[in-house]
Design a binder for this molecule. Structure first.
Ligand code: BG6
Length: 487
């Protein structure tokens, strides 16, 4: 069945890396699947680096096609996808050029979406230029991260964009919110009476959230060196995951009910005490090492990175939430580049039974744990204790597994595809509201300030390991350890 949400999707940064790897492939997948995009919907790419539509289409064929459908491209769908694409050559530094865009879209149907896949320094000039030709009215604007460098710069962008677009027209992307397993976390928590009663301090001892990457900084050394892992991953992806894990059940799934509850968590984060920072925050930087048998260079020698850089490529944090549900429960967050494995997962460690009639072995670690893996594969694993067969009551840790790709063989969607469809259909729940973003910056900023003031270099770790030893020591103080054996 075809959707009737017609649209004109204007893509700024039409020849950029994000358009090439994520946005255009996601739009193609939605087109190929059929019924998700209105037939009349158009994509208008805006770029400087192509002379005309013909040259742009050639670029799409050469650069985007290799990123679509890993199992081969459906050529018929590909040609009909290309027919959706229009092109406007605009010099973003020249606001008069926007009259060209206005003329190009004036007769195109449906809701207008302006996707800013550009650097954040262009967000405000583009919004102002759109307003100067009246294109802000009844439109939706999509802002990519990073949205600012700190609270002040993010507020400056939000203020300026907010003068032109109302909050309900603004879609701030955090692609982790578009990942299927993150949606499933909501289903798991709020659709099953089994888990929610246990999802609180009385039954949960600690929670870990890890986003580990094998990749280094790739071609983004310059950007990354001015950003670091705390801004790149913690301020957004990790705090968003944390807020979904810890939020109260919302009244409904409408966008503001969900976002109100996430905001309450972000506002309840215990502020980091600068005097105590060494105990609750670890920053690291990778040195050379070996990943899956291949030698990889040190961060400081990557192109675009300053040789004496003190930018962190790894962060581990102990976070607490000051509310009735979570008081005293540590949330351990960690993320890093060039780690031993690519994995993103949430580990909920439940408390041991209050009294073990089965002997001390029943109290050992390895049971009473729920592991929700977001990637590379989507699984939920519940560890329990069971009796080993044979004589005597010898216990072993066993697990119940739910592998989503086996259960649901079809219909998997990439994060960007889901999020783009949500923008086109006007669904805001998976986008970050301004107050959430501000609360996240407010919590993160004292850590950034303290690290800067202390002038201490990050702790080194060899590429291909799980980060600096200090990250393990932090958990050892709480009688626990990172759960890497799951990988
Ligand atoms: C991006 C960060 O937001 O997320 C990158 O800027 C990081 O540095 C990426 O590599 C990780 O996303 P994913 O979906 O590959 O886990």
């Amino acid at each position: 069945m075809e959707t009737d949400s017609s649209f004109t999707f204007v893509l700024f940064g039409g020849t950029g890396d994000l358009s090439m790897r994520k946005i255009l492939p996601a739009l193609f997948e939605a087109h190929r699947a059929g019924g998700m995009l209105a037939d009349s919907g158009k994509i208008v790419a805006v770029a400087r680096h192509a002379a005309d539509r013909g040259e742009y289409i050639q670029w799409v064929n050469e650069h985007v096609k290799p990123h679509v459908s890993k199992n081969g491209v459906d050529e018929t769908a590909w040609s009909s996808f290309l027919e959706r694409i229009e092109f406007v050559k605009i010099d973003l530094g020249n606001p008069e050029d926007f009259a060209l865009l206005r003329d190009a879209v004036k007769d195109l149907p449906g809701i207008r979406v302006f996707y800013l896949a550009t650097g954040p320094s262009l967000f405000v000039p583009i919004c102002r230029a759109l307003a100067s030709v009246g294109l802000n009215e009844n439109a939706r604007i999509v802002l990519e991260k990073p949205l600012g460098y700190d609270l002040k710069s993010s507020n400056a962008i939000n203020d300026a964009v907010g003068e032109i677009f109302a909050e309900e027209q603004i879609y701030r992307i955090d692609h982790y919110l578009g990942k299927e397993p993150v949606q499933n976390l909501l289903a798991l928590r709020f659709g099953n009476a089994l888990f929610e009663p246990l999802w609180r301090r009385e039954w949960v001892e600690s929670i870990q959230i890890t986003i580990a990457e094998e990749l280094g900084v790739e071609a983004r050394g310059d950007f990354y060196d001015n950003t670091g892992a705390l801004r790149d991953m913690v301020q957004n992806h990790l705090l968003q995951l944390l807020s979904i894990v810890a939020m109260e059940p919302p009244h409904s799934m409408d966008s503001d009910s969900v976002r109100d509850e996430k905001l309450r968590v972000l506002r309840a984060l215990k502020p980091i005490d600068p005097l105590n920072i060494g105990k609750v925050a670890v920053r690291g930087q990778y040195h050379s090492g070996v990943i899956r048998g291949t030698a990889v260079p040190a961060y400081a020698t990557e192109p675009g990175v300053k040789p004496n850089s003190t930018t962190e490529t790894f962060v581990a944090l102990k976070v607490e939430i000051e509310n009735w549900r979570w008081a005293g429960v540590p949330f351990f967050l960690r993320t890093g580049k060039r780690l031993a494995d690519r994995v993103a997962e949430i580990v909920v460690n439940f408390r041991a039974v209050p009294h073990s009639a089965l002997g001390v072995s029943a109290l050992r670690a390895g049971a009473n744990r729920l592991v929700i893996r977001l990637q590379p594969n989507e699984t939920i694993r519940l560890y329990c204790l069971a009796k080993q067969p044979g004589e005597g009551m010898n216990l072993a840790s066993v697990h119940l597994d739910l592998a989503f790709d086996q259960f649901f063989r079809e219909g998997q969607m990439e994060a960007y595809q889901r999020l783009l469809l949500d923008v086109i259909n006007g669904r805001l729940a998976l986008f970050v509201r301004r107050d959430e973003q501000e609360a996240a910056w407010r919590w993160v900023e004292p850590i950034l300030n303290e690290w800067k003031a202390s002038n201490k270099p990050p702790k080194p770790y060899a590429a291909g390991t799980w980060g600096p030893a200090a990250a393990s020591a932090m958990l050892a103080q709480h009688g626990t350890c990172w759960l890497e054996e799951e990988n």
